[in-house]
Design a protein around this ligand. Structure first.
Ligand SMILES: [Zn+2]
Length: 485
């Protein structure tokens, strides 16, 4: 169920030279071709009975503050807990997917439940408006942190919320409240028996349940867990294997984990971050893990195949290391980051329609056209151009991909169609980027055909004018749908 960092199959030799990233977070990070993704929940969700009998807890309301006493609050000056439930006044209102293009999920009742379904099951964390994260730091008696809590925290904040704010066009107002001290576990690291794929199992004395129990005990007096939507555990970066060798980072999301805090809150939607990713935006492993708490699946293949990246740098749920990369438009829609008029639903059989798409990097305009081809599958079309979150979008154009809500996480629920299958890609200078798909976009004059659909790119309105994105910078496409499906 978990990704074997495809990694290391091909790059064992390199891994040795990459092994231990510098502890100083400001030091240059090693780069290399070592591949690693991260892991996803996986395992050991709580027993079905518990899941069903445990009524979904409401999201905390604003009458609570993030902490019970001043102890933690004083330590959280960099990100004070919100005092009211109101959304940031700047955040545009969110809209969740609806209509014939909002594909249903095919896995009702699965506990982890991450999928490409347009609607996200209850139990996950809402991904729009104000979302409150509790962030704690952990080390071990035999693997003590060599850096300050603030330094480790600074590897992820404020970058993680900034990334979410930018990618969501201001709709996700993510606030983290840290407990800025190292919470030392009671036993040596190895005694917890943690590795890639370790479960959160209340019946076990080891694994993530044991770690989480100690965390809760350490902070329970000072933290009101009811005030938080999700929990981040940043492990000291010298514990466990380097991310270039094996990625332990993991999220347990979608339902109660079987661990109750002193204030009666069921712990849920918890991410553990280990080691350090390579490349200039290593913080994105936390964006990736938090996105599991928002319900998104892993896009990389977990079956150990030679090329496990069917989407590549077009979404952080496939690749979350190296240069930044924006979320796919389908994910933005699912997470409530697009307004209804930013989605063109092309569901009428036998239709010929034209659409103007603005690049993901531009805040306004139509972001995706969705063409359903079956109950659980659709082709999605969007424009991508070089931008702050899309430095690797080296061939401005129209990205076409198939979304399958009946394909599980880790089995390729999204597949990008490559307009230039024989090309080695246009962004080849960075070993952290799987280059092959970087020029997958369709350019004016090119046509994509599948499942009776014909999609032609008619025009790039910015050709030759500017290389930056704005709302008037559009790609015009014509979509012909099959007479029946
Ligand atoms: Zn993942």
């Amino acid at each position: 169920m978990r990704q074997i960092p495809s990694a290391l199959l091909a790059t064992t030799a390199l891994a040795a030279t990459l092994a231990v990233p510098a502890l100083n977070p400001t030091a240059p990070r090693p780069t290399g071709t070592a591949r690693h993704g991260d892991s996803r929940p996986a395992t050991s969700p709580p027993p079905d009975t518990r899941e069903r009998t445990d009524a979904p807890a409401p999201h905390p309301t604003g009458s609570k503050t993030g902490t019970k006493t001043g102890t933690t609050a004083r330590e959280t000056s960099s990100a004070p807990p919100p005092r009211s439930p109101t959304r940031s006044p700047r955040a545009p209102s969110a809209a969740l997917p609806s209509g014939p293009c909002a594909l249903p999920g095919a896995f009702p009742g699965t506990l982890t439940g991450v999928s490409e379904a347009a609607a996200t099951p209850r139990g996950f964390t809402r991904a729009n408006g104000r979302v409150r994260a509790l962030t704690v730091l952990v080390d071990f008696p035999d693997v003590r942190a060599g850096i300050s809590p603030r330094a480790r925290y600074g590897e992820f904040f404020p970058a993680v919320p900034r990334f979410f704010r930018q990618s969501s066009y201001g709709r996700l107002d993510y606030r983290s409240t840290p407990v800025l001290k190292w919470i030392r576990m009671s036993r040596p690291l190895a005694s917890y028996d943690i590795g890639r794929g370790t479960s959160f199992n209340p019946a076990s004395k080891n694994g993530y349940y044991a770690v989480a129990k100690e965390i809760v005990r350490a902070v329970d007096r000072d933290v009101d867990f009811r005030a938080f939507d999700l929990v981040n555990v940043l492990v000291t970066p010298n514990a466990g294997p380097p991310a270039t060798k094996n990625v332990w980072s993991v999220t347990f999301s979608g339902g109660p984990l079987g661990l109750r805090t002193g204030d009666g809150t069921q712990l849920r939607n918890v991410s553990f971050i280990w080691s350090r990713q390579t490349g200039p935006s290593a913080y994105r492993v936390l964006n990736h893990e938090n996105a599991h708490s928002f319900g998104l699946p892993d896009l990389y293949f977990t079956d150990g195949r030679a090329d496990p990246h069917p989407v590549g740098h077009w979404d952080p749920m496939d690749v979350d290391w190296g240069p930044e990369n924006d979320f796919l438009g389908w994910h933005k829609w699912k997470l409530g980051w697009l307004a209804p008029d930013q989605v063109d639903c092309v569901s009428r059989p036998g239709s010929v329609t034209t659409h103007r798409l603005t690049p993901a990097a531009a805040p306004g305009g139509t972001k995706i056209a969705v063409i359903p081809v079956s109950r659980y599958r659709a082709y999605v079309v969007e424009a991508r151009r070089t931008g702050p979150l899309d430095p690797t979008a080296c061939r401005p154009g129209v990205l076409v991909y198939r979304v399958s809500t009946d394909t599980p996480s880790g089995r390729g629920p999204v597949r990008v169609a490559d307009a230039t299958p024989k090309s080695a890609g246009c962004y080849r200078k960075d070993p952290n980027v799987r280059a092959g798909l970087t020029d997958a976009t369709y350019r004016p004059g090119q046509t994509f055909r599948a499942a009776g659909i014909t999609l032609s790119v008619l025009e790039d309105s910015s050709s030759g004018i500017s290389n930056t994105s704005n709302a008037s910078d559009t790609f015009r496409v014509r979509i012909t749908t099959p007479k029946r499906r």
